[in-house]
Design a protein around this ligand. Structure first.
Ligand code: FMN
Length: 215
């Protein structure tokens, strides 16, 4: 959807993640690649090295996809430190009505990482963001399935991966990489739909609004 030659529906997405040993970082790149395929302009941000420019990106994007390694059955201390730095933004509603989604990675196949996804979703809810789920059925859950299925670990709230604790970052399971890629693509598509809906709704609400994109 174009206005004055600008694609006003084009989504902007940030992938904001913490990774101690590089596995979740690999998945962050896969999420970003998917969002890019979905037509988004994407920034990938490591939340333990935030700069002023990074905060500006987060304040201005349409969607954020949060990622954290699972440590002690929850988000890592590195991610939580970032979350706690957003308290003022939370109070001010700076990120209100942006899109959010999440992904995580643990050593064990289960590893209590649903709790990590739940924490990410609650973090988004506290910011009044709109949570996008994974949008895939469970893989590897029948005799016809295999560990190479998309969503091989069977999560719905977000994308979840399992990486051997002694693996290198480039040894993250290909199915988990593709599942994260799917999440990025899905978030870009949902964000595009919301951008169009907001523009149309703004245009329908009155002549003054019809001359400007509502972003
Ligand atoms: C302090 C610590 C706590 C961990 N807790 C869990 C856990 O609760 N469940 C699990 O399955 N793996 C756990 N792991 C393993 C990590 O989730 C796993 O190594 C993961 O791949 C690390 O991701 P990263 O490379 O992005 O940091 C833990 C690792 C560390 C260092």
């Amino acid at each position: 959807m174009y206005h004055n030659g600008i694609d006003i529906a084009a989504p902007t997405v940030a992938v904001a993640y913490h990774s101690g040993f590089g596995h979740t970082a690999t998945l962050a790149q896969a999420v970003a690649a998917g969002a890019h395929e979905g037509g988004a302009a994407v920034n990938v941000i490591a939340v333990d090295t935030m700069t002023e420019a990074d905060w500006d990106v987060l304040d201005n994007v349409d969607a954020m996809i949060f990622g954290s390694a699972t440590y002690m059955g929850n988000v890592s201390a590195g991610f939580q430190a970032f979350a706690e730095q957003t308290g003022r933004r939370c109070l001010n509603g700076t990120w209100r009505d942006k899109i959010a989604a999440g992904f995580t990675n643990s050593g064990a196949k289960a590893g209590d990482k649903l709790n990590t996804l739940s924490s990410l979703a609650i973090f988004a809810a506290q910011h009044h963001m709109h949570w996008v789920n994974l949008g895939l059925g469970a893989g590897w859950n029948s005799s016809a399935g295999s560990e190479n299925d998309l969503n091989r670990l069977g999560f719905w709230l977000g994308a979840a991966a399992s990486t051997d604790v002694d693996a290198n970052p480039d040894q993250v399971h290909p199915s988990d990489v593709q599942t994260c890629r799917h999440l990025g693509r899905r978030v870009a598509e949902v964000t595009r739909q919301l951008n169009i809906g907001r523009t149309v709704s703004s245009a329908a609400s009155g002549p003054a609004a019809s001359s400007a994109p509502a972003r």
